[in-house]
Design a protein around this ligand. Structure first.
Ligand code: PMP
Length: 389
């Protein structure tokens, strides 16, 4: 049986065209960009060409791009690096209730270092309300960090409005754009973004590479100290092959994004329409329209997400109940709780995320097995029996 993979928010395959572009940089062009000889020059050229391509992708300047080991590092560098550099200006930071676990844990770390962190709540769809955000701004607020889109329920934040508000108050605006990249047209100038985290894998590049976009006036202190690569901002020999891979990935993405997003949107809309129609007591999580084209997120009354996931696994279908980054905790998703769901509701959730290699047959298969799985699990669910009797 062919494996059906509908968990693209957790991990994406590297596009074979990207792998092809990377290969020579493991062998023939193995040089270190810091070397002054011609072998090093080839690596330097590749590095700078990638920087230019990634800058074009988000409408930034090449010297605003810093390569990191992934979005987690970019988030650390943005929040810790900016907070440390600007602590004399103020010690208050604002994040939202639906941030990725890396942002939440970095915020906790900063609190332990003496910073104050406010969390702005979201509405029932997981969207930040600008008026509520504005109310949390103080004279000593130095940074607002709100993800471009939610990696679980797919809700897209009003990023331009957040950027405008931050600029009006002279506060830096950081966004973790990992969930949105390749699915939403990101323009850091239009959106008023000062700092932004990206990952290579989310545009079908290799894992283990990320980017921090850093607008010229919004510098951060380095958090990794060493040989002074990346203009002293991020030491360590550059991962040239992966960096070349990310260049290929964004160039392919720029070309193919319009048609890809349209195709994913039609899968999403079909999933949402047919699941809500064919499965009784099913609900959509997240925003009905302001949501990522790749994301369909449901909850089913009286059902445990985990048992749903295992039934899908038996059927050869890879799905998820939420963020892979928090799957090892037994706690319900903080994102779903922030949208006002109670624990039982949050536990009954199913996240289906599509991507570049999803086919019509994958969607057919999910729609074929889901109603039966839900019905079977409900037969075993005392909770659901009591409710419906
Ligand atoms: N932010 C978001 C929104 C994510 O979904 C992830 C994980 N894919 C990360 C940050 C962390 O990225 P990485 O694993 O590349 O460090």
């Amino acid at each position: 049986m062919k494996t059906v993979y509908l968990d693209y928010h957790s991990a994406k395959p590297t596009d074979p065209r990207v792998v092809e572009a990377m290969l020579p940089y493991f062998t023939e062009h193995f040089g270190n960009p810091s070397s002054l000889h011609h072998v090093g020059d080839v690596a330097t050229e590749a590095l700078e060409e990638s920087r230019r391509a990634i800058a074009r992708f988000i409408n930034a300047d090449p010297d605003e791009i810093v390569f990191t080991s992934g979005a987690t590092e970019s988030n650390n560098m943005a929040l810790i690096g900016y907070a440390m550099r600007n602590k004399r200006k103020g010690n208050h930071i604002i994040i939202s209730e639906v941030e990725h676990i890396s942002i939440i844990n970095i915020a906790k770390y900063l609190m332990a270092q003496g910073f104050e962190v406010s969390r702005v709540p979201v509405d029932q769809y997981g969207r930040v309300r600008i008026s509520k955000l504005e109310r949390r701004i103080r004279d000593d607020t130095i940074l607002i960090s709100i993800g471009y889109a939610n990696n679980e329920i797919g809700t897209i934040q009003p990023v331009e409005e957040i950027g405008k508000l931050a600029a009006e108050h002279g506060i830096a605006f950081h966004t973790d754009a990992v969930a949105a990249e390749g699915l939403v047209d990101i323009d850091v100038r239009r959106d008023g973004i000062n700092l932004m985290s990206l990952s290579s894998n989310d545009v079908y590049g290799p894992k283990g590479l990320g980017v921090l976009y850093m607008q010229k006036r919004y510098r951060v202190n380095p958090i990794i100290i060493g040989g002074g690569q990346e203009r002293g901002l991020r030491s360590g020999s550059e991962n040239v092959a992966a960096i070349v891979g990310m260049r290929a990935a964004v160039e392919i993405m720029q070309e193919e994004m319009p048609s890809e997003v349209q195709r994913l949107r039609s899968y999403r809309d079909r999933l949402i329409r047919e699941v809500l129609e064919t499965v009784p007591d099913s609900h959509l999580n997240g925003h009905p329209t302001e949501r990522l084209a790749s994301n369909a997120h449901f909850r089913f009354d009286g059902i445990e997400g985990e048992s749903l996931l295992l039934s899908f696994k038996d059927a050869g279908i890879a799905v998820s109940t939420g963020s892979a980054c928090t799957s090892k905790t037994l706690e319900p998703s903080h994102t779903l709780i922030a949208t006002g769901l109670i624990h039982e509701e949050a536990h009954g959730s199913l996240q289906l995320t599509t991507g570049r290699f999803t086919e019509d047959e994958d969607i057919d298969r999910v729609l074929e097995v889901l109603p039966g799985i839900v019905a079977r699990l409900r037969e075993l669910s005392p909770l659901y029996q009591v409710r419906t009797r």
